[in-house]
Design a protein around this ligand. Sequence first.
Ligand code: NDP
Length: 399
Amino acid sequence: MKEVLVYSKYNCPFCDRAKELLKSKGVDYKEINVEDVPQAREEMLKKSNGGKTFPQIFIGEEHVGGCDDLYAIEKEGKLNTKLGIEEAESTTTHYPLVILGAGPAGYTAAIYAARANLNPVIFTGEQKGGQLTTTTDVENFPGFAKGIGGQALMDEMEAQVKRFGTQIIVGTITSANLKQRPFILEQGNKKITTDALIIATGATAKYLGIASEEAYKGKGVSACATCDGFFYKGQDVAVIGGGDSAMEEASYLSLICNKVYLIHRREEFRASKAMQDRVNANPKIEIITSHTLDEVLGDTKEVKQLRLQSTITKEKKEIDVSALFLAVGHTPNTQLFKDVLTTDEAGYLVTQERSTAMNVPGVFACGDVTDPHYRQAITAAGSGCQAAIDVERWLVEQG
Ligand code: NDP
């Protein structure tokens, strides 16, 4: 097996995600935490040609990139070869119930299903723990009067899932055949058959789709302040968005950076009043409303400026920043199923009324993948519970 090197930092969900995948393959990687080894920051920047996102992964002499790059190679089925792992013979395993996704919805479904003796197995997808692993404090999840960190909450849920014996498999299902029974799923060359399926695949952070934004991804453009804010200590940065995520990212960055511009396309914010009040009271955050991003400007290696355009006067102006953090909502992770399962225009799965059942019998869905409206950890967890109860009743009906 080839040597693998991971540059990481503390509080880095993408580092954890990449390491989980490597661990699941039995890779004994070397890790350098740049917060513990200060000179490693420069070493990492040099070796990765200026990569300003965590983690940075090297397999042998080859620079693989970040967590997304590692998972992309895995999805293409090429990671084992790159790592020098011999491909195991293709296998087929049957499970009575498979849950896709390891966020609040998937974990809650697993707890209920396991307690009902349905022996579920969870496939985590790329983001074990889900979106909460990239948030800071969760203050509105009942039962935690003093609040709890997003990662800590998900660690607790994972421990609870394991307590009831559910197997958690790190990895992404790459194809799903829901037209025949049992359903057939594939993870690389492994085939999985299942009698029932709960889809809790959640949603993924959106980008704006501007070419210069794409060009500076990992070099100053990021969708995760807790991961990459570290690089911009004492510098000026910007956040785009008007929801709770944008407020949270701006507040977090204000603890590290010199100044944070919060840029929003409308005058009013959709974020909760409590989060807005916190941002308004923060002297390090400057709010720019009614502006959109026109272009990310820099010297190809680093972001230097953003060109903004007023939605009212159409005038353009430039602000000097070293980084841009996007917080412009999410896209549901339904690509695998959209030919077979009913989705709305935005791609969210549409369940049957008063149920988590989908249009294919035996398939159930819960959490953010079905929910363009509430999108809270607690509503996701609640719908995960409903999905497990619906599955149990359906399996009983099937005898
Ligand atoms: P939201 O969908 O709530 O907000 C997305 C923001 O991005 C909106 O303000 C939207 O503008 C803006 N936006 C979307 N597309 C564009 C674009 N193309 N150009 C410019 N701006 C754009 O997503 P969030 O991630 O903020 O929140 C998702 C859910 O998670 C919410 O329910 C939220 O309450 C919850 N959440 C809760 C937290 C907590 O309680 N601790 C923390 C974070 C999130 P516009 O308003 O004009 O549509």
